[in-house]
Ligand binder design. Structure first.
Ligand SMILES: NC(=O)c1ccc[n+]([C@@H]2O[C@H](COP(=O)([O-])OP(=O)(O)OC[C@H]3O[C@@H](n4cnc5c(N)ncnc54)[C@H](OP(=O)(O)O)[C@@H]3O)[C@@H](O)[C@H]2O)c1
Length: 278
């Protein structure tokens, strides 16, 4: 199936991805124990792909692997090489052999290779992180994953991890970043990653939907014919190296999040958006 070309693109590794992608935490997870909403979630993901969003974020941890299965279902029939699938290894599977095993299991559930594979969460034992990164480098050589990244790594740990790489670069760090939680700005992480041309993948960008209900952000959005959620996402993708991955299991939310792309807030309105939530 054709994936439409959309112009609001960012770079991860050497690939172009849409500035807004789709998260999947909760899809196929505990909040849905009887899988009754699986169909709706798959449809929402397919709807996003049909609109032109080409990036999906999942993890072995989400729904104990079931989220990856649903992503595998959703991407069926789409041109695989136009899509960018992110998955992650959970710390209990860090280590040379177990990380490789975990990646193979994720790829099996997805029914395809993984474009970007992340260490999901940092641990204290850096030698184990290092060993895992080296295992991932071998997985790149094997063709199971295409790029390596980390998640929830602060600036110091990110730099240390970059130094530990032998053959490939760390191309992304996925961290919590929203209008209400701007720690990547205050900690210097965002500026550093910009200089390193590394993608910052912003998770929980809508603060679980709360920012979509912010009256002050709605006021800013009205001037652009946009909603509060679209303002909140646009604030993030304003930075060249930032990609946002809101999770939406409803089609109307997918439509709205898609509409966060293709335009930009003025610098002044961006500052006003910060004031709204301060
Ligand atoms: N790397 C990590 O450690 C980590 C941690 C947390 C999250 N993540 C990733 O980041 C993704 C996004 O974060 P998140 O799920 O925590 O939070 P989020 O994207 O900020 O919020 C998701 C919630 O917002 C609702 N929503 C989505 N679009 C909306 C819109 N336009 N208007 C109103 N409500 C809307 C969704 O509802 P519906 O589902 O009903 O549409 C859902 O309840 C996750 O799904 C996951 O892929 C990664």
């Amino acid at each position: 199936m054709h994936v439409p070309v959309f112009e609001d693109l960012k770079v991860i590794g050497g690939d172009k991805v849409t500035a807004v992608g789709m998260g999947t935490w909760g899809i196929g997870g505990k909040e849905n124990p009887d899988y009754s909403r699986d169909g709706e979630s798959v449809e929402a993901l397919r709807h996003g792909l049909n609109l032109g969003m080409n990036l999906i974020d999942t993890a072995e941890f989400y729904g104990a692997g079931h989220s990856e299965e649903l992503v595998g279902e959703a991407i069926k029939g789409f041109e695989r090489e136009k899509l960018f699938i992110i998955s992650k290894v959970w710390p209990t599977h860090f280590g040379y052999e177990s990380a490789k095993k975990a990646a193979r299991a994720s790829a099996r559930r997805l029914g395809t290779y993984i474009d970007l594979y992340l260490l999901h969460w940092p641990i204290d034992d850096f030698r184990r992180i290092e060993e895992t990164l080296h295992a991932l480098e071998e997985l790149v050589d094997e063709g199971l994953i295409r790029y390596i990244g980390v998640s929830n790594f602060d600036l110091g740990l990110l730099k240390r991890s970059q130094e530990a790489m032998r053959k490939y670069e760390i191309v992304a760090n996925e961290v919590k970043y929203s209008l209400r939680d701007r720690w990547p700005e205050s900690s210097g992480l965002l500026d550093y990653m910009k200089r390193e041309r590394m993608a910052l993948i912003a998770y929980t960008p809508l603060e679980k939907g709360a920012l979509a209900r912010d009256e002050c952000l709605s006021g800013i959005g009205r001037r652009y014919g946009k909603t509060a959620a679209q303002v909140a996402l646009n604030y993030l993708i304003w930075e060249d190296n930032v990609v946002a991955i809101p999770k939406a299991s409803r089609k109307e939310h997918v439509d709205e999040n898609f509409g966060a792309m293709g335009w930009r807030l003025s610098k002044e309105d961006r500052e006003k958006a910060v004031e709204c939530v301060s």
